[in-house]
Design a protein around this ligand. Structure first.
Ligand code: NAD
Length: 368
């Protein structure tokens, strides 16, 4: 086998365990990746680095230049979660720009991550946890929410001024065509690899940015004839997510709408420990993490649910490494453990088999 071929099969991953349950869930995700490597003949090389609260303790800041550089030089980044108990930890007695979460924002910016993907999938074994009407839950849903991450209202100019006794606050919502185009291209590519259905969400009946959004998305659509595009207003989308979530395949939207809608889409699955996410840059690079936080209330007890993190490495295999069969293997292994009744305490119910964090990782790895 040529050296090139060997190099092709080696994937370098920067692993940020982070704080709270982070180290426990990342250990299980690595275990599953190693099982994938063994079965399919790939080598996953991890470089463990600190970010968040643990980096403040070690280096005095939440993200160092060295760590950012290591992440940049990797093929992908795996992140557990960062942050501590906001009311209690010393980390939160520091100015906002020096707290653990500032490390994550700086990392996202430093890596050029502009598209955030959240998967909302209702496992039939967990359908009873879905807060929607049972007849809606029984139909199930499987959607990807693609959210623009670095533009829009959260990044526009903002100020507060007082004039003649009146205080006025201003936030600016701004989008340029190239920002819309690059995230739309990601969304179309993803839709083309799924059921081929893309719904772009905006508020084009009111906002200029939304009218530009629609125009650019329609231009991009011409390059993806296999994908059916439709548009939906954001208020209608918020309603449709609880009324008929099964209609969605890929949803594309701007930063603030996506922030709100992706939380809604996660919530209707009823299982915080099950939602993977990815943040993608230009090309194949991405950062993969569970949607939940560092759960300091249950840290160090070996009871956290590692499945969202394990499913996140499934996304890494699919989107950063182009290994669709391996990604399917991870998702199928998760489905199998659930079908066999294995549950971490957050999902446990009478009649199911209670397992710890590390046992869950072992069981998924064994089914790859
Ligand atoms: P959280 O998601 O950490 O926890 C909310 C609740 O869900 C808790 O009861 C927790 O025990 C439970 N939970 C979360 N993940 C779980 C899992 N895998 N298995 C079982 N139970 C789980 O949200 P929070 O409590 O609001 O935040 C805690 C810390 O996490 C804060 O410091 C916050 O800033 C940080 N945070 C980090 C990220 C990130 O790293 N991307 C995201 C969100 C929150």
């Amino acid at each position: 086998m040529s050296v090139l071929k060997e190099r092709e099969m080696e994937y370098r991953i920067a692993a940020i365990s982070g704080d709270g349950i982070g180290p426990e869930i990342v250990a299980e995700a690595k275990k599953v990746l190693n099982a994938v490597g063994k079965k399919y003949g790939h080598r996953f090389v991890f470089t463990d680095v600190l970010m968040g609260g643990c980096s403040i303790d070690a280096y005095g800041k939440p993200l160092t230049d060295e760590v950012l550089e290591i992440c940049r030089n990797s093929d992908a980044v795996l992140l557990g979660a960062i942050g501590g108990n906001v009311g209690q930890s010393d980390w939160y007695r520091r100015p906002p720009q020096e707290r653990p979460e500032a490390g994550l924002l700086a990392l996202r910016k430093g890596l050029g991550l502009f598209a955030n993907l959240r998967i909302s999938y209702l496992y039939k074994e967990l359908a009873e946890r879905c807060p929607l009407r049972q007849e809606v839950a029984e139909k199930g849903f499987d959607m990807v929410m693609v959210r623009e991450l670095t533009g829009g209202l959260y990044f526009g100019e903002r100020y507060t001024e007082e004039k003649d006794g009146v205080v006025t606050a201003v936030d600016t919502l701004k989008y340029s065509d190239w920002e819309i185009r690059r995230v739309a291209e990601q969304a179309f590519r993803i839709a083309a690899g799924r059921r081929g259905n893309l719904i772009s969400v905006d508020k084009a009946n009111v906002l200029d940015t939304s009218r530009l959004w629609r125009k650019v998305v329609e231009e991009v659509a011409k390059d993806y004839p296999e994908v059916t595009l439709s548009h939906m207003l954001v208020d209608n989308c918020a309603m449709q997510l609880v009324h008929n979530p099964g209609q969605f395949d890929v949803v594309l939207t701007e930063n603030m709408f996506g922030d709100i809608l992706s939380d809604e889409a996660s919530e209707i699955t009823g299982s915080i420990g099950m939602q993977p996410s990815a943040s993608l840059a230009e090309g194949h690079f991405g950062l993969y993490e569970p949607s939940h936080g560092s759960a300091p209330d249950i840290a160090g007890q070996n009871i956290a649910n590692p499945l969202a993190t394990i499913l996140s490495v499934g996304l890494m295999l699919r989107f950063s490494f182009d290994l669709a069969e391996e990604a399917d293997a991870v998702e199928n292994a998760v489905r199998k453990v659930l079908a066999e009744g294995l549950r971490t305490p957050d999902l446990w119910k009478e009649g199911s088999i209670k397992v710890s964090t590390s046992q869950m990782g072992d069981e998924v790895a064994a089914r790859i």
